[in-house]
Design a protein around this ligand. Sequence first.
Ligand SMILES: [Zn+2]
Ligand SMILES: [Zn+2]
Length: 340
Amino acid sequence: MKAAVFYEPGVITVRDWPDPEAAGDEVVIRVMAAGVCGTDLHIFDGAEGASECFPPVILGHEFAGVVEQVGPDVKHIRVGDHVTVDPNRGCGICPECKRGRPHFCPDMFATGVTGDGGFAQLAKAREEQVYRVGDRVPFEEAAMCEPISCCLHGIDQAKITPGDTVLVIGGGTIGLLMVQLARLSGAGTVIVSEPNEAKHATAKKAGADYCVNPLKTTPFDLIAEKGLPGIDVSIECVGRAETMLDAVTYAGRGGHVLFFGLTPPDAEIPVKPFDVFRRELTITSSFVNPHTMGRAAALVSSGKLMLADLISDRLDLADIRKAFDIRGKNGKMIVFPNGA
Ligand SMILES: [Zn+2]
Ligand SMILES: [Zn+2]
């Protein structure tokens, strides 16, 4: 098969690579679409990701395709099924896994990070990682189940209740997924803060009631102007210290703040405990996607999410190197290892 192999920071080569074989409970998938994620860019740059990476390895942890081969111990998945993969797999036996918290497993395996992933014509995963999606779901949308599952874990942590006013900071792919999940969670009003005004129309299509350009105005100004209640939930989807602080600043009384974006490990923000106390804020965060992949696959299969509009770049596997230059500036980048 053809595969994009990551050798060292800055080096990804598309080359022939041995086909994976399904042993035991393994499933081999013909990859029809694979998303390029910020984590792939981080690894390419040599920065620290959520899991350790030991090259040479085939990256790509957001992918979907058709089951090509199943191992002798596979019970539920069949050849021909349309599926996506939860890349993250706990060891199953450590104290964290036994507490039902596989994302804290010290031996977490991540398909496409610690082991070969979806930037290849074929990819392998254990049956426990494989989730069926509807046959009519476009593969490029099914490939977005993993980022959606991460957003679902975040949304669960943010505790949105029907009628809440939600501020989403950042109108990129993750921000616009959050907008939609906030809507589905019953948010009354959704505000998006995004400096690139070209993204405002898509944000509104995704369900935002209002968009603000933080270089010109603030959510406080908007709230005053429109006579809105305070912000009940603020969600940071940028990954910068300043916008993390904004998420705390703009949350209203009793508000929940979700730190979702990935900041550099040494980023710090000056938060006044008195301020948190006086407004009785809950500051929370979410790490990867424990137990949310099934819900993500169900949501994507339901067709209730606007996903195609979030995709800005569609690339052949042979051109994958371009993705690391484009860097997802305009939205989600999807690679098609077996042709579009
Ligand atoms: Zn990802
Ligand atoms: Zn474990």
